[in-house]
Design a binder for this molecule. Structure first.
Ligand SMILES: *[C@@H]1O[C@H](CO)[C@@H](O)[C@H](O)[C@H]1NC(C)=O
Ligand SMILES: *[C@@H]1O[C@H](CO)[C@@H](O)[C@H](O)[C@H]1NC(C)=O
Length: 986
């Protein structure tokens, strides 16, 4: 949920009586784009684009006015410090901008530019503002959790008056060449340039300056306030050649932004030399490989925007901002990935253009250079540069800084049943019963806004939810969970204890006059908890204790919505930028990280619900920033029940994985509207391969729980959900890798096959972790096949039929996908763990035996993994997990083995309760797809050896026929999953 256009009509009328705002009168058809700024409406975006146009139009005669003072530069312990001088007013004045270039142990470089005068707080604020005077320098505290150790091997290789060279990184193969005048940096790997900063001269740090008031206003404003100049008003007659019209107060959609510090943006061009593709900077409903943004056929005319906002029913194929922002970008060309992380939490725009470098006929590979132009409204200029060279290394280096995906509650990777709203505890129990009656597995049922008493969070509508405890206990019988909505806006209502405490402890966001900020959201007049304040996080945690939030149980978890934050009567449906947060920072400075601080507060709260109960939280968030992966899952917000939104889900979810926050999904079925049965069915099939798999629907949408579908749809949807459940062991293993090193859970082709150029823009299919399962859902109506891109020369089998596909590297293959199937292939060379007994919930499958599916490759071998732990506690940190590496080998007549994947002596681990229980869990079947006849044909049994014991297991062999590969099924294998074992063919 949600959006203000989503107001049920009776609520809308009620609100309208109270708020005289036209913006509530939106048609529910689609987002009103004019509610949100284009670059033209944003003063700093406009200024920086003009700056760029001017610089570029002057060509080589444009000289960037930034230079490092040679004497200021010193290098020590992996860090270069210097001062950049910015020359202004026709060479007459300069502004000092301290710069630090840090070289980190991981091989990442960081460039930070501040403004000396702001550091010294030597500025005056307008409007008697109480905001801080420094540039915002604390987003690092929120986003970065490690990886900042300096590289003691980084060394100064050269220094003179024109440039400074630092060698760093693995075997000193990286190099930063810092040019002093004009300032610029080239990053090289093995002697070749990959990334350039300020090569096009677009660096722009808007320094602080006083507002010079006109001596005598030409037209005295009627209200006597001479500071309110609308954008299109005549500039005051001040002696300056610069256009000041957007420097001071800005107006948009009936709101005034007082901008007490005036213009203060930071902007920089970053060129990826020889790179044709860039990915990342979610969240946008756009392609995975990002488009150009300065016009041209099929390209955008606006930059990609990052300014977290409640953009419901968003338009597709657009650079428009959405709910979350991760300012991380990866560039890729054949065999090489590099990346940048722009650590800034203010409103940010990114222009992308591509230039063909035809002048160099000797250039290897792609000859296109992608030029990017980053613009942020305020804060430090702070950018990390990653030199790869593999996508996996980029992912690892980025997640060293911002952290990895938290290990999920195991139930959270099952299927989630949601709608706005299950209206009562009886309704919840009824859905639960009917899911069971139709044998559709699910793990979590969700309660949207309306479970509360009058939209007061931490309360229940006592009339509709008479006995939430009994409801929770009923769910617990089938080991299911309840997720309830908790938003950051707190109803302004005397007598509501949460409001009273928020107010008394002064833990709310303040307005520009330093009073508690009041805005409109679901409950009407509301206040917002300020989770930048450590005391607010502490207080927030008290609200979730079982005795405080009554009606909740151990199986209650949380959904954080509207945390951009969404404010119905605010500018662009969010808070005014001149609001104040803890520490005196303006909302302007912290906007994009706001949602993450709230998500974090809830995560911390769940960790401390009860003394001695340390369990993994599950918290879904709508708004996010770099680092949100540490706190839970995200979804792509308020989408629409149409085929376009289904198709858009894939690139969006793939991009989340590239940007380090892979636990995502889109609302299955589409939030707004009523999907036809075919669309809903196809969405379930796609959703079964989203890391976060949740169906959701708007309050005005018809009920659409999967059991309500008629046949054949119901059966097909049931099969899709069951397919997800049978593959949960593979999903959990993929999550484990995301947790360990930041790897995407679902992976695009460029990430898995970085040398296969034809796959670099493919964004409608995915690999599930490292399982070799290649999935492409049907996202178009009346479509019965999919063309799947094949990234290599391996063999590929159809998952459902074991048909060997006529594949070729870089080519597409047509795979039948009638309504009951999607394109799902098994790449040769992998072993996939499954659990084949369908049950009602993931938790009920915890101690089921495993099936291993072996897809034999051209060389006759295969490898795979299984990671499993108790799925609930943090005991895995103490070694309470099973992590197996499986291998099919051809040597000695052939064998399949299982060993500990981390080389541990598992016998030495003192088993806890869960690990003990896993002793009774075995490998049941092994299915060998593509089993070579020579080794398998005449086999009736194989020998299984584990520890000191040896026994036999039966084999059934099915010869190849009519395009289907040969396969063999080893019956009851009976080896313990946690122990070493070998299946011998000879
Ligand atoms: C790219 O990598 C592949 C696979 O490692 C290798 O075979 C190929 O020679 C490399 N190509 C270039 C241009 O470096
Ligand atoms: C999350 O909360 C913890 C505990 O108060 C705090 O130390 C940390 O800085 C917070 N992180 C974010 C991203 O808000």
């Amino acid at each position: 949920m949600a959006s203000r256009s989503g107001q049920p009509s009776w609520k809308r009328t009620a609100l309208l009586g109270l708020v005289s705002l036209g913006c509530l009168l939106q048609p529910a058809a689609a987002v009103k784009e004019s509610d949100f700024k284009k670059c033209d409406h944003s003063g700093f975006c406009n200024r920086n684009r003009k700056y760029a146009d001017n610089a570029i139009s002057q060509g080589s005669s444009f000289i960037s006015p930034y230079e490092i003072i040679p004497e200021s530069a010193s290098f020590r312990d992996g860090q270069l410090e210097a001062v950049i001088l910015k020359t202004i007013n026709d060479q007459e004045e300069t502004v000092r901008l301290p710069i630090t270039v840090s070289f980190l142990e991981s091989g990442t470089a960081r460039v930070t530019v501040d403004e000396e005068r702001r550091q010294k707080k030597d500025i005056e604020l307008r409007h008697n503002s109480r905001a801080r005077k420094e540039r915002y320098n604390e987003v690092e505290k929120l986003a970065i959790v490690g990886g900042l150790t300096l590289d003691s091997n980084a060394r100064l290789a050269h220094q003179d008056k024109s440039h400074i060279t630092v060698k760093y990184g693995p075997s000193s193969s990286f190099e930063a060449v810092i040019k002093l005048s004009p300032f610029g940096i080239e990053f090289k790997r093995d002697g070749a340039t990959h990334v350039k900063l300020n090569d096009r001269g677009l660096l722009n740090v808007e320094h602080w300056r006083p507002k010079v008031e006109p001596a005598a206003p030409v037209h005295p404003p009627p209200d006597g306030d001479d500071q309110q100049q609308p954008l299109d008003a005549e500039p005051p007659p001040v002696e300056t050649r610069e256009d000041e019209t957007s420097w001071w107060d800005e107006f948009f959609g009936g709101n005034t932004d007082t901008k007490p510090r005036g213009p203060e943006s930071v902007a920089l061009d970053i060129s990826f030399v020889g790179y044709e593709h860039v990915y990342g900077i979610p969240e946008h409903a756009s392609s995975l490989s990002l488009k150009e943004t300065r016009g041209g056929e099929g390209q955008y005319t606006d930059p990609y925007r990052l300014y977290n906002a409640d953009v419901f029913e968003y338009v597709l194929d657009s650079p428009m901002t959405l709910y979350g922002s991760i300012p991380f970008m990866q560039a890729h060309k054949k065999n090489s990935s590099v990346g940048v992380f722009w650590l800034n939490a203010a409103e940010t725009w990114v222009d992308i253009t591509k230039a063909k470098a035809s002048s160099n006929p000797l250039a290897i590979g792609s000859k296109t250079t992608t030029n990017t132009h980053w613009m942020s409204e305020s804060g430090l200029l702070d950018v990390f540069v990653f030199l790869g060279p593999t996508p996996h290394e980029i992912t690892k280096d980025y997640s060293q800084l911002t952290g990895t995906t938290t290990m999920p509650q195991e139930f959270a990777i099952g299927y989630h049943q949601c709608r706005w709203n299950y209206i009562s505890d009886d309704d919840v129990k009824d859905v639960d019963r009917r899911m069971d009656r139709y044998q559709i597995p699910y793990d979590v049922i969700w309660l949207d806004l309306e479970y509360t008493d009058d939209r007061k969070f931490f309360t229940w509508d006592a009339h509709m939810f008479k006995d939430p405890i009994a409801m929770g206990e009923k769910l617990q019988e089938s080991k299911r969970q309840l997720v309830v909505l908790i938003d950051p806006h707190i109803k302004n209502k005397e007598g509501y204890s949460v409001f009273t405490e928020l107010k008394a402890n002064e833990l709310a966001v303040r307005n520009k006059d330093d009073n508690m900020y009041d805005g409109w959201c679901w409950p009407g007049s509301s206040h917002w908890v300020d989770c930048f304040n450590p005391k607010a996080i502490e207080w927030w945690a008290t609200l979730f204790k079982y005795d405080k939030f009554q009606g909740t149980l151990e199986n209650t978890f949380i959904w954080n919505d509207m945390n951009e934050p969404s404010v119905f009567n605010g500018p662009e449906v969010t808070m005014p930028k001149d609001n104040l947060h803890f520490g005196g920072w303006e909302h302007r400075d912290v906007h994009n990280v706001n949602g993450m601080t709230f998500h974090n507060a809830t995560f911390q709260a769940l960790l401390s619900r009860k003394a001695n109960e340390l369990r993994r939280p599950f918290v879904l968030t709508r708004s996010f920033y770099a680092g949100s992966q540490r706190f839970g899952a995200m979804w792509t917000g308020d989408n629409q029940a149409d085929w376009g939104h289904l198709a858009a889900s894939l690139p969006m979810i793939l991009n989340q994985g590239i940007a380090g926050f892979p636990f995502g999904g889109s609302d299955v079925g589409g939030f707004f509207g009523n999907p036809e049965a075919e669309l809903l069915t196809r969405w379930y099939q796609a959703g079964a391969f989203f890391p976060f798999f949740r169906a959701h629907a708007h309050i005005d949408a018809r009920r659409r729980e999967p059991y309500l579908l008629s046949e054949p749809y119901r059966g097909i949807v049931t099969a899709a959900v069951r397919l997800r459940y049978s593959l949960l062991p593979a999903w959990y293993t993929a999550f484990f890798h995301a947790h360990r090193d930041g790897s995407p859970i679902v992976r695009p082709m460029f990430w898995t096959h970085p040398s296969e150029e034809a796959g670099f823009a493919v964004d409608d299919q995915l690999f599930l972790g490292s399982t070799g399962l290649l999935h492409k859902p049907v996202v178009e109506k009346d479509t019965e096949s999919v063309d799947m891109f094949i990234p290599d020369d391996e063999v590929y089998y159809d998952y459902f039929t074991y048909r060997l596909l006529p594949t070729a590297k870089g080519k597409r293959v047509t795979v039948a996908a009638p309504l009951d199937r999607t394109g799902l292939l098994m790449r040769g060379g992998h072993i996939v763990p499954r659990r084949d007994t369908p049950r009602r919930s993931a938790q009920l499958m915890r101690f089921d035996d495993y099936t291993l599916v072996v897809a034999v490759n051209k060389a006759g071998t295969a490898e795979g993994e299984l990671y499993v732990d108790d799925g609930d506690s943090y005991d895995y940190e103490g070694g309470q997990f099973i992590h197996r590496a499986f291998r099919l080998d051809t040597a000695n007549g052939g064998s399949i083995t299982s060993v500990d994947a981390q080389g541990r002596d598992t016998k030495a681990i003192q088993p806890g309760a869960w690990l003990k229980a896993m002793d009774a869990v075995h490998v049941d079947k092994v299915i060998v797809v593509g089993a070579p006849a020579a080794a398998w044909k005449n086999k009736a049994e194989v020998t299984v050896q584990s520890g000191a014991e040896t026994w036999t297991a039966p084999v059934k062999y099915y010869a190849a026929e009519q395009g289907r590969a040969a396969f063999a099924v080893i019956g009851r294998v009976g080896a313990r999953i946690g122990e070493d074992w070998t299946v011998k063919l000879a």
